[in-house]
Design a protein around this ligand. Structure first.
Ligand code: HPA
Length: 290
């Protein structure tokens, strides 16, 4: 049933955009500006896309942007569907099903996340090396349509190691360039700062943020960052044999790490501050994915 719907939506998108989409991106809270990088674009509001839901969260635009990023045909989901909004998991993951039906082989998932690892400060970009699913549900629960993929998909390498290597080498190159520019400007030798750190993302259902006790628990479990998305889309993509790259923007320290309380406005503000770096990183990574 969903397979037919995904095909129908993919056909609708193909009728609007003729080029074969290579890479799909999902932009997280406050991280929507990458869509500005897309050239020769066509923009479709979610309301106009068959079987898509509407985005209800502030900071999520709710539109699909198709066009070229650094020469590569991409589909950019500006705004995602979260489980906490009350959607069924099948609705949360529907866009990924559509990307699969479009023939997309690479998916970049971005999100805003709280830092569980005290070394990751506000504004850190974290390359997701693995995830822990604590959402209380699995997006593949229910009847399986083998046309999407197998009943019991392997999750040994959800986040492609090859893609992780590409992201790290691009980040290194950017960090070195930045140090060089700073050195020329100041006349002083500059330290190169890392702009991407690797870590484990833990997905919870939300929408309340965590308690300090929950954050201590997550640290013991091996999580470095915590958020309310990404895990369902990543699991679904792997079932469909789509390779995944995940990047979290650490927008705040998780509950109890500092005396500060957490609010959505702060999450959005930090997202906006790092968006230029994230944009450049994504732009350079995309042509290297295969
Ligand atoms: N917890 C969960 N989700 C989040 C957070 C957080 O601290 N920050 C941004 N998304």
């Amino acid at each position: 049933m969903n397979y037919g719907k995904a095909k129908e939506t993919a056909d609708f998108i193909k009728s609007k955009y003729a080029r074969a989409v290579k890479v799909a991106l999902v932009l997280g809270s406050g991280l929507g500006t990458f869509a500005d990088e897309v050239e020769n674009e066509i923009v479709i509001p979610y309301e106009e896309i068959p079987h898509f839901q509407k985005s209800t969260v502030q900071g999520h635009a709710g539109r699909l942007v198709l066009g070229e990023a650094n020469g590569v045909p991409v589909a950019v989901q500006q705004g995602r569907f979260h489980y906490y909004e009350g959607y069924e998991m099948s609705q949360v993951i529907f866009p990924v099903r559509v990307f699969g039906a479009l023939g997309v082989k690479s998916l970049i998932l971005t999100n805003a996340a709280g830092s569980v690892d005290t070394d990751f400060k506000q504004g850190t970009l974290m390359l997701i090396r693995d995830h822990i699913n604590l959402m209380g549900v699995n997006p593949l629960r229910g009847a399986n349509d083998e046309r999407f993929g197998v009943r019991f998909p392997d999750m040994t390498e959800v986040y492609s190691l090859e893609y992780q290597d590409i992201a790290i080498s691009v980040a290194r190159e950017m960090a070195m360039e930045k140090a060089e520019v700073d050195e020329m400007r100041t006349g002083k030798k500059q330290e190169t700062h890392r702009i991407l750190r690797r870590g484990v993302y833990c997905g919870l259902s939300g929408p309340s943020y965590e308690t300090p006790a929950e954050i201590r628990m997550l640290r013991l479990l091996g999580a470095d960052a915590v958020g309310m998305s990404t895990v369902p889309e990543a699991i679904t993509a792997r079932q469909m044999d789509i390779k995944v790259l995940g990047i979290s923007c650490i927008t705040n320290l998780a509950a109890g790490i500092s005396d500060e309380t957490i609010n959505h406005e702060e999450v959005m503000e930090t997202g906006a501050k790092v968006s230029a770096t994230l944009k450049e990183l994504l732009k350079r990574i995309i042509p290297k994915l295969n």
